[in-house]
Design a protein around this ligand. Structure first.
Ligand code: NAD
Length: 257
């Protein structure tokens, strides 16, 4: 499948899943816009390398996904957006009565509200182009809960709900909206949770991986960013044209339980 002539905006894509999805879309020929809240030389170099590797137009645009106006400005600056991947996300692990208010606000803003703002800004562009794909990177935590992750679980359930509404609102148009719900993918976000999880449970980091993090993932294997990229690519294909307003799990069996 070729995505030549399409532009993909991937929020939070200077590392992890976002970068993996951007790579998969660029490999299929899409022009890509990478994003994060930083504005380092490495961020722009990453886009330049991607563009060179796959022969596509790749840009990096700084925008803080915790701020609605910056979310909308990202899409406006991109100029066109055929494929929107709402991926930016952060995590904080703490019991609810000790959960810092600023962490709660940041997680709700980055992991949930940014999907609303970016989608609202991108849909008119998709309508004008006569084709569009909104791909929300939710989580198994959009379908199931775990202790100590109140803000994350709330935000991801919100994203799954928003996905259904966007799917319904665009159902009669050549636009789809779906959420990918990964189990644990070994990215910087998960690596950063290992010490916190070990501390919460009073166990070693190795035990935290085996007994807590992958406890609910029956395959006992981390999902890869390439696999998430492949699912995003499938959602852009004609075969996926009637898949909308729903979730695709890639969680090694987690949500079968
Ligand atoms: P990551 O930390 O590698 O990537 C997160 C990205 O978001 C980074 O590029 C970071 O720069 C960006 N980001 C953070 N705050 C931002 C802000 N204010 N504005 C713009 N960008 C910002 O983590 P990841 O694991 O690749 O996570 C990506 C998405 O996948 C998240 O939404 C996460 O919840 C989801 N997810 C991850 C896993 C997993 O196991 N890693 C599982 C399910 C869902």
């Amino acid at each position: 499948m070729s995505l030549k002539g399409k532009t993909a905006v991937v929020t939070g894509s200077n590392s992890g899943i976002g970068l993996g999805v951007a790579r998969a879309l660029a490999e299929a020929g899409a022009d890509v816009v990478l994003n994060s809240f930083t504005d380092n030389e490495e961020d722009h170099a990453l886009a330049a390398e991607l563009g060179k590797e796959f022969g596509v137009n790749a840009r990096y645009i700084k925008a803080d996904m915790s701020k609605g106006a910056e979310c909308r400005a990202l899409i406006a600056q991109a100029g066109t957006c055929d494929i929107l991947v709402n991926n930016a996300g952060i995590q904080h692990v703490a019991p609810i009565d000790e959960f810092p208010e600023e962490k709660w606000d940041a997680i709700i803003a980055i992991n949930m509200n940014s999907s609303f703002h970016c989608t609202a800004a991108a849909l008119p562009m998709m309508r004008k182009a006569g084709w569009g794909r909104v791909i929300n990177i939710a989580s198994a935590h959009g379908l199931r809960a775990s202790p100590f992750k109140s803000a994350y679980v709330t935000a991801k359930h919100g994203v799954v709900g928003m996905t259904k509404v966007i799917g319904l609102e665009t159902a009669k148009e050549p636009i789809t909206c779906n959420a990918i719900c990964p189990g644990y993918v070994l990215t910087p976000l998960v690596e950063a949770q290992i010490p916190d999880t070990a501390k919460e449970y009073g166990i070693s980091e190795d035990e935290a991986i085996e007994k807590v993090i992958l406890l609910k993932q029956p395959s006992k294997e981390f999902v890869t960013v390439e696999q998430i990229g492949g699912i995003a690519l499938f959602l852009c294909s004609d075969a996926a044209s009637q898949i909308t307003g729903t979730t695709i799990s890639a969680d090694g069996g987690w949500t079968s339980q």
